[in-house]
Design a protein around this ligand. Structure first.
Ligand code: ADP
Length: 166
């Protein structure tokens, strides 16, 4: 038991990683021995991401370099399969609002059906980040809003440069 739950997964799109994601990742790193942040790489998705999966992974690595037990990976298979592959016993996700709850409730039941051995664990968002989403940050930045308080420095720089190319 202690062994199985020593590795957990924090999955997401992370397009891009925000201070809200980092709050969940940091808190997870304080509870579990090894945290693998995994970036969904889904080339089939119609809505295009701002950053490629490899770029999103690099931005997470830059933002978590100070946390010794956190690593970032990309994955393009089923989440429970990827969890088994890397020896993770649980999936940790953040919960912001009731709207998150409805989606997560469904995902947790589906994942449990696929593999009852992989537990889903939820952390309540810290109040100062409970309004924060990657989508909101991208919208703000697109219209020239200041996002420097909402995302790590390298992310703000990467967003400015990517949006400037458009
Ligand atoms: P987003 O909704 O921002 O695009 P992702 O799909 O990348 O998020 O989410 C990855 C995980 O991080 C999910 O569990 C999501 O609920 C959580 N999360 C996202 N933003 C926050 C936040 N501000 N506070 C806490 N958890 C969050």
């Amino acid at each position: 038991m202690a062994d199985r739950h020593s590795t957990v997964l924090c999955p997401g799109s992370y397009d891009p990683v925000t201070n809200g994601h980092l709050d969940i990742i940091t808190r997870s790193s304080e509870v579990f021995e090894r945290v693998v942040v995994c970036v969904v790489n889904n080339p089939m998705r119609k809505d295009k991401t701002l950053f490629t999966a490899a770029e999103r992974k690099e931005l997470i690595e830059a933002a978590t370099a100070h946390l010794g037990n956190v690593e970032a990976r990309t994955f393009s298979n089923l989440l429970v399969e990827f969890a088994r592959e890397i020896g993770a016993g649980a999936i940790v996700k953040g919960l912001r609002a009731i709207s998150d709850f409805e989606y997560e409730f469904e995902m947790a039941q589906l994942n449990r059906k696929l593999d009852p051995g992989i537990e889903s664990i939820y952390m309540i968002a810290s109040p100062q980040y409970s309004f924060l989403s990657s989508t909101g940050v991208k919208e703000m930045a697109t219209f020239g809003g200041d996002v420097s308080d909402l995302v790590p420095g390298p992310v703000a720089a990467a967003m400015a440069s990517r949006l400037g190319e458009r």
